[in-house]
Every structure is written in C-alpha cells, then in structure tokens.
Design a binder for this molecule. Structure first.
Ligand code: ADP
Ligand code: ADP
Length: 232
C-alpha cells in the first residue's frame, strides 16, 4: 500500500480550436491520498476525473507538476512499473477463458509460481462470491458477476493501489447498490489505497473516506462525505 500525491499537476491536450493553447483538462491539481484511503473523484462529465486517474495510472502523460506514489516521483514511469491495478467499466475480460483463467492470467504473465496463483485466485474468488462461477466463461455471467471478475483480476495482483473508473456505471440500480456494499467490505478487508472516479454523488458519498470535487479541471473541495454534506 502506498500514498499517492499530485502536486500542481496539469494536463493539457493539444487541439481545442484555432489559436488555442489546447484543452486544459486538469489545472494545477493538488491532492494527497493517504495510505489505505478510499478517495473518490466526483464531478460532472468533462471535469477531468478520468484524465486525473489516467495520469496516476501512467496511461496519460503529465503536462506539469509531480506525481508521487509512496515517496517516489513516478512522472516518467510506465504503467507496468507503478504497481497499481486499474478496473474499468467495460470489464475487459478474455471471452475465451473461464473466470478462473481470467483471474490467473495476469499472474501467469508475471511468472508467479502456480501454488501462489492458486492461493490468490481462491482468496479473491471467496471474497467476491465467485466460487460457483470459476469454470464459466464471461458470456455466461451477469453484469454484476463480470464486474466482480474484473475486480478480482485487480485484487489478485495485490497492488499498492486500485484505480477505478466508473466501475458500476454499466450495472442496473439494484446491482449498483449491492456492488457498493461489496466495495465497502472489500476496502475494509484489504485496506488498499483506492482512487475511484464517478459522476454519481450517492456513490461518492457512500464509498469515499474522502471525496474530491472537481470542476473544469480544478479541485473545488476535498473533505469527508459528512463534512461535504454539511457544507455543500
Ligand atoms: P471526465 O472524466 O470528468 O468526464 P475527462 O478527463 O474525460 O473528464 O475530460 C476532461 C476534458 O479533457 C474534457 O474537456 C475532454 O473533452 C478533454 N479530453 C479528454 N480526453 C481527451 C483527449 N484524448 N484529447 C483531447 N481532449 C480530451
Ligand atoms: P493486467 O492485470 O495487468 O491488466 P492482464 O493479463 O489482465 O494484465 O491484461 C494484459 C493486457 O491485456 C492489459 O494491457 C489489458 O488491458 C489487456 N486486456 C485485458 N483483457 C483484454 C481483452 N478482453 N481484450 C483485449 N485486451 C485485454
């Protein structure tokens, strides 16, 4: 586990019209996420949430400022060297593999020993209630089960941090409520530093230890859900 810090971070995308200096998607973002904290980035579409998350993941270059994971500046470090696992809304499961194989695949690529892979897969499956489905392929799973497999693939890596980009947005309302409860439980159990992006305020308030509110690429407020609710 590790803290994550953004210090004066900008992201400028080229383009944005004639004579413009580009689109400033993230503007001078200062945010420190404590070791083991569940931080939610919330705000309307286009406010820069995904860009911020993708910069932490290393999927997007930082235009200015510093990004630290633990005590190290990681601005130029590729995603695979950041020891972070990302969960997307579109699951990205391998359709030809069973749940078990999907969970194990990333670990096999990393040359982790077979008994260790089996231990981690069994543990994640138990935590996520996936044991009955280990031999099924993704096509034979519900949306919620697929999303659990996607989370399982992140968990088995035992990373320093989880990054989640709207992981529940493809689920129906009932499943979202269930998955919010599962996410809370998982975080309690694992205590892994998590950065979670959503445009849904209820999700932000029920999941976050703290919530960072973004608008037009800028940080407007960052506080506990309780304090934000008291002083909206
Ligand atoms: P959010 O996740 O809050 O919806 P994004 O981070 O996706 O916001 O986008 C922030 C801003 O950056 C928006 O104005 C968006 O249009 C712009 N943007 C995002 N990705 C790109 C890109 N690859 N190229 C140019 N502009 C982008
Ligand atoms: P990791 O856990 O590091 O993402 P994976 O083995 O799950 O490792 O994936 C390896 C690479 O393949 C990653 O870059 C991932 O984004 C990509 N990937 C994962 N699932 C799919 C899929 N169903 N189709 C195409 N690419 C995928």
């Amino acid at each position: 586990m590790a803290k994550i810090a953004l210090k004066g971070v900008d992201k400028v995308y080229s383009g944005g019209g004639k004579g413009s200096g580009g689109v400033k998607a993230v503007d001078n973002l200062d945010l420190e996420i404590a070791d083991g904290e569940f931080m939610v980035l919330v705000g309307p579409s286009g406010c820069g949430k995904s860009t911020a998350l993708r910069m932490i993941a290393g999927l997007e270059e930082i235009s200015a400022g510093e990004l630290l994971i633990g005590d190290e500046v990681v601005n130029d470090r590729p995603p695979k060297d950041r020891d972070i696992a990302m969960v997307f809304q579109n699951y990205a499961l391998y359709p030809h593999m069973t749940v078990e194989q999907n969970l194990a695949f990333g670990l096999k690529l990393r040359k982790i020993a077979k008994p260790e892979i089996q231990r981690r897969v069994a543990e994640a499956a138990a935590m996520l209630g996936l044991e009955p489905y280990l031999k099924r392929k993704p096509a034979a799973l519900s949306g919620g089960q697929r999303q659990r497999v996607a989370m399982g693939r992140a968990i088995v890596r035992e990373p320093q941090a989880f990054l989640m980009d709207e992981p529940l947005s493809n689920l129906d309302a009932k499943l979202r409520v269930q998955m919010r409860a599962s996410l809370n439980q998982l975080h309690e159990r694992l205590g892994v530093t998590t950065v979670y992006v959503t445009h849904d305020q209820v999700e932000a308030m029920t999941l976050g230890d703290r919530v960072a509110v973004l608008r037009d690429g800028r940080l407007q407020q960052v506080d506990t859900p309780k304090n934000l609710f008291r002083n909206p």
